[in-house]
Every structure is written in structure tokens, then in C-alpha cells.
Design a protein around this ligand. Sequence first.
Ligand code: BDR
Ligand code: CA
Length: 338
Amino acid sequence: MDTWTTVMAEHRRKLIIDCDPGHDDMAAIALAATSGAFDISAVTTVCGNAGVEDTTRNALDIVSAFGVDAPVYAGATGPLIHVYEFPTKFHGVGGMQSAGAAFRRSKASARPGHAALEIIRRVKAEPGAYTLVVLGPMTNVALALALDPSISTTIREIVFMGGGTHGGNITATAEFNIWADPEAAKMVLASGILCTMFGLNVTNEAMITRADIERVRAAVAGRNPVADILDFYASTNPLFAQGLVDGPALHDPCPIAYLIDPTLFETRALPVRVATEEGPYLGATMVDLRRIPSGDDPVINVAVGVDAGRLNKLVVSALCRAAELCAANGGLPQSIAS
Ligand code: BDR
Ligand code: CA
């Protein structure tokens, strides 16, 4: 490595991306991989959009397609307590269904060891170095905290997609990631780790239109799994996206975009309670926009505003670049590549 490359590498933020790919998880990894701002040190997987075998397989395929040199560790096969069915009607069979071409199956396997243990190992080895980007249910992070609460002082910060200031997608009141494992979310928010929440109130504005998907398609000649995967998502996502019709909301890139350019979002420190009681509010995040602290509710950073136009430009150009990387890395279905 020359001096300049070494200096640049030292300035890149170290990430562990904990995810459940997931169409928008794929878009988030695309944004992280193409930004040049990060050292993606590890990708950890959790059940959420699909079972953990599928989300892990998808994560392996994604990192391989985009040429990301990061190990993948499989994590929780189920939430701490809540039992639910995987949302195949939104993310399709396998959690990242494509309307056309799929990524080429990676030959790599997940590394040995549970994702929660790997999170502990890394954040203890380099205190203050790691930012955790959590894009699925928070089960792995909660397990890590339960196994070793001291990591609450060694994680630099957590940015996560989940919750919202009002309304839900999986139920009328709850957003999917929090609803899928509300007890885990409650633990993580109460841990004292600096947390920033990107909920539906901002992520529903992170739309990608059909025209944007066509731009991604036009980025490379021939088969284009990135565009085809987004196409599938565009056909199902409006079903649960609070009436969005022009295109799907790409929720998961938001925390990554914030790390790249915090001015894209307005954030406020606000008390947030996660509802864990069975019933119509299970998994809801109750955000006190009045800012009145209550002894019980942790105060975390909440994204309350977004510059949707600038965010869209950032994400779409990253997806175009990711489509190019995928073509360059041979991210085509085996049958076509061979
Ligand atoms: C969240 O749920 C999942 O379906 C998406 O990947 C995203 O993380 C949106 O509610
Ligand atoms: Ca996700």
C-alpha cells in the first residue's frame, strides 16, 4: 500500500453491517461498498426478511457480486421471544427474489462462529473503532449485549433502520424490524450505546422510482441482477408502504447515507419506548416529539427529516456503480456466466 492509500484506509469508518437481505439491505450494502467511506469489516446476518440460511446466502452473494472483501457470519435463527412468519409476500421466496437475473451464487461459505460472538470479539479487540449498522431485527446485537454487557462501552455507535415516529408497515403501528424482535430492540435502545434511528417517517421518503430503476438497468449492457432485484421489490413493496405508488421505499440505505453525509438528515435526541406488550401496539416505537424525558425511556437520536432529493441521487448513483461492479465481478447467474 502506498502512503496515500494507507492514509485513506485509516480514515475510513469501520463498519459491521448486521442485516437480513433483503432487497433494500442489498441496496444499503451497494451504497456502503461504492462510497469509499467505509472499511466494511464484517457482514453479520439475522433472520428477518427470510430465514437466516437464506439471508446468509444472500449476503454472501451480495458481497461477492460487489467485490466486497468482508467475511460473513450467520447469526440468530429466530427472535428472542416473538414468533412470526417470514414476509415472503414482500421479499419473495428466499428473501431477495429477482424479477429476472439473480446474483451468481458465491462459492464462499459463512465463517465459523455465531454473528453475536463475532460482534463481541471485534468490538472488544478495538474499543471505539466499530460502528454497527443494523438493517434487520436487532436479535444479534441483543444477544451480544446479553453475553457481554461491557460491549456497550466499546461500540462506537449504532445506526439502525427500524421503527418510526408514527404509523407502521407490518402492522398499523409497528415497523417490521422492530416488530420482528421488539424485546431485542428494547434492550439495544436501553444499552446506553449512542443510537440513531432511521424509521419509516424518513425511510418512506427514500423512494426509488421505476425511472430510477431503468437508470440502474442502463448502467450496464446485458443482464443486470441489481436492476432485476429492484424490479421485484418495486412490484411488491407498495403493498405495505403506506400507499406509495411511484416506486418502493429503499429503507435500509438511510443509515449508511447518514454516515456518508449527515446533512442529508435532521436528527433530534428524543425519548423512545418500544412496545413489547402483546396486542395492537406490539413493536411500535413511541417517540416523544415533545422531548419530555421519562425516567424509563432511553433518549436516542431520531431522524425526523430527510433531504429526499439528494438522498435519491446518492443512492441511485451508488446502485448504478454497483451494477457495474456486479457485471465486472461476473455477478451473473451461473448458467449465464459459465
Ligand atoms: C425493513 O423491513 C425489511 O423488510 C426491510 O429490509 C427493512 O429493513 C423495513 O420495514
Ligand atoms: Ca432489512
